[in-house]
Design a protein around this ligand. Structure first.
Ligand SMILES: NC(=O)c1ccc[n+]([C@@H]2O[C@H](COP(=O)([O-])OP(=O)(O)OC[C@H]3O[C@@H](n4cnc5c(N)ncnc54)[C@H](OP(=O)(O)O)[C@@H]3O)[C@@H](O)[C@H]2O)c1
Length: 237
């Protein structure tokens, strides 16, 4: 699984339940990258989507409220529940030394998700699971993400929600910058890809020793083989 997020200079991600930077290119990037896959978010973020559940994707929403219902989404009560729901009935292929760490976006290839997903294909691949926020859900699941697709905006605005600063975390390194631009408001941004060295290292060690990664359950085996991109939710997300 991967995280996808849009941040400000100090890694701020939101205020009063909403986003703080408007970036149409980033919204398009988010949509294209997550299309056809599974998106995982907290109840607050889900409720901020103006159009409800994100179309063309399997929506998994975390809430501790047993009466919370979300049309078009599966509601789960904990992180463990989320992992079980995401990976249930999935045939998981053990990552190999050769496959670990490949990122098709970084290699300049187009994303398979860009093809219109069919009803049958939506949310069926463990390699297309996207953690899309907010702060509490990023913090709970970031360690299990192979990559973080961060749209980094060179601006500082008041926020009350943050993403962990990956530039000062030894477990993460900047792997690639896929592109850059300027928003309509004149804010410079970059599409950055960070990779989780700790997770990749664990998978490589397990592969070298011929052991299954994690505790052997499908939920514990975070997929490290995939790819992807950055965030922003809106009516056209
Ligand atoms: N910039 C970006 O890319 C981006 C992306 C997404 C969100 N955001 C921003 O992030 C902010 C929201 O972040 P947030 O942390 O306040 O809210 P959140 O993570 O979206 O949702 C929090 C809620 O999710 C549920 N939840 C969280 N962890 C859980 C767990 N382990 N088990 C069960 N339920 C759990 C709880 O719902 P209940 O209260 O129902 O129990 C909790 O109140 C907003 O400002 C939003 O705009 C920014």
């Amino acid at each position: 699984m991967n995280a996808i997020v849009s941040v400000t200079r100090d890694w701020g991600i939101g205020r009063n339940g909403g986003l703080v930077v408007r970036n149409r290119a980033d919204m398009r990037f988010f949509r294209e990258t997550t299309m056809g896959g599974t998106v995982v978010c907290g109840r607050t973020t889900f409720e901020s989507f103006p159009g409800g559940a994100l179309k063309g994707r399997r929506n998994v929403v975390l809430s501790r409220n047993p009466t919370f219902m979300a049309q078009g989404a599966e509601v789960v009560a904990s992180v463990d529940d989320a992992l079980r729901t995401i990976y249930e009935n999935e045939a998981f292929e053990e990552p190999t030394e050769a496959s670990v760490g490949t990122c098709f976006r970084c290699a300049g290839q187009s994303t398979p998700e860009l093809e219109a997903p069919t009803e049958a294909s939506v949310g069926t691949s463990t390699h297309d699971v996207w953690i899309i926020g907010g702060e509490s859900v990023y913090r709970a699941l970031l360690d299990k993400c192979a990559r973080a697709f961060v749209t980094y905006h060179d601006t500082s605005v008041p926020v009350d929600a943050y993403f962990p600063n990956l530039d000062i975390d030894d477990a993460w390194e900047l792997e690639d910058v896929l592109g850059s631009g300027t928003t309509e408001q004149g804010i410079a941004y970059e599409f950055r890809v960070y990779r989780n060295l700790r997770l990749l290292g664990e998978v490589l060690s397990a592969a070298r020793l011929g052991k299954p990664f994690g505790d052997g359950t499908s939920a514990a085996r975070t997929d490290v083989v995939e790819t992807g991109t950055a965030t922003g939710e809106s009516g056209d997300a």
